[in-house]
Design a protein around this ligand. Structure first.
Ligand SMILES: [Zn+2]
Length: 268
């Protein structure tokens, strides 16, 4: 059986409170041998680490999601510097920019938008700094903020790379990400009827420059669309990605596994 990794899951979310051992067992049975649980604030990051301690094959990324920026302390570096010492913390994130719901959208308060973006930028910079110190890479979330995200990431070129998770941009933007040394990863959107643009990007991405993920509990692939997603469904995603590229599953398995092992140096 071809094996795969789920490089972006939110196993600490309450969606799995009742049946996490079964969720992880189903992933194993489906050939999903590694899962990275991604932190969205410090509490969530600490929960991800506890899950990594509890389950073999589960690893953690620690960080602060841009949408949670308003609740963040002024400086997340001291706490993150401690968390990255854990042997199963394989990345910083998720971090980045999210301009999808700006606070001034309804009120027309442009200054509120500026402050909000500034706080996201401060947090993103702090996380890139800790990643650089720790020799780790970053899991990048960006929504409606591609140019700002790429520009800030470029300031760390040569030190820290990012994986643009849940990549939904066109092939041109994919190439601009890869030019900076960063990677992309694809979710169950690849299986959606409406996902042709993502499949076009998948077909254009070099085999050694992308990874697979669920972003569970969100974005369950076909035929589970609309239900709670879980890491086992990387299987369905991998099948569509392999078919889209006309590449054998075994080859996709080997390439994405190598890419993840190289990008997440502590993933064992
Ligand atoms: Zn996420």
């Amino acid at each position: 059986m071809a094996t795969f990794y789920d490089t972006h899951a939110h196993l600490d979310y309450p969606d799995y409170a009742d049946d996490l051992p079964e969720v992880i067992e189903r992933a194993r049975a489906a050939g999903i041998t590694r899962i990275i649980s991604i932190g969205t604030d410090l509490d969530s990051s600490r929960r991800a680490i506890r899950l990594a301690e509890r389950f073999a094959g589960v690893f953690a990324a620690v960080g602060w999601h841009p949408s949670n920026a308003p609740q963040a302390p002024p400086d997340v570096r001291p706490a993150l510097r401690e968390l990255v010492l854990h042997p199963k913390v394989v990345a910083i994130g998720e971090t980045g920019f999210d301009y999808h719901r700006l606070p001034g959208a309804k009120t027309g308060d442009a200054e509120a938008d500026t402050r909000y973006k500034q706080k996201q930028a401060d947090l993103f910079r702090q996380q890139l700094e800790v990643a650089g110190e720790a020799g780790l890479n970053c899991v990048i979330h960006q929504r409606d903020a591609f140019e700002d995200t790429l520009a800030l990431l470029k300031t760390c070129a040569g030190k820290v790379r990012g994986v643009f998770h849940c990549f939904g941009e066109n092939a041109d933007r994919m190439r601009r990400v890869l030019e900076t040394g960063s990677l992309v990863s694809f979710t169950g959107i690849a299986t959606f009827k409406s996902g042709q643009n993502v499949r076009d990007t998948i077909a254009a991405t070099p085999l050694d420059r992308f990874m697979l993920e669920t972003d569970c509990p969100y974005l369950a692939p076909v035929p589970y669309r609309g239900k709670r997603c879980e890491p086992a469904y990387v299987k369905e995603i991998s099948e569509v990605v392999a078919a889209t590229r006309g590449c054998p599953l075994e080859e996709l398995s080997a390439a994405t596994g190598r890419t993840a092992a190289e990008f997440f140096p502590k993933l064992t």
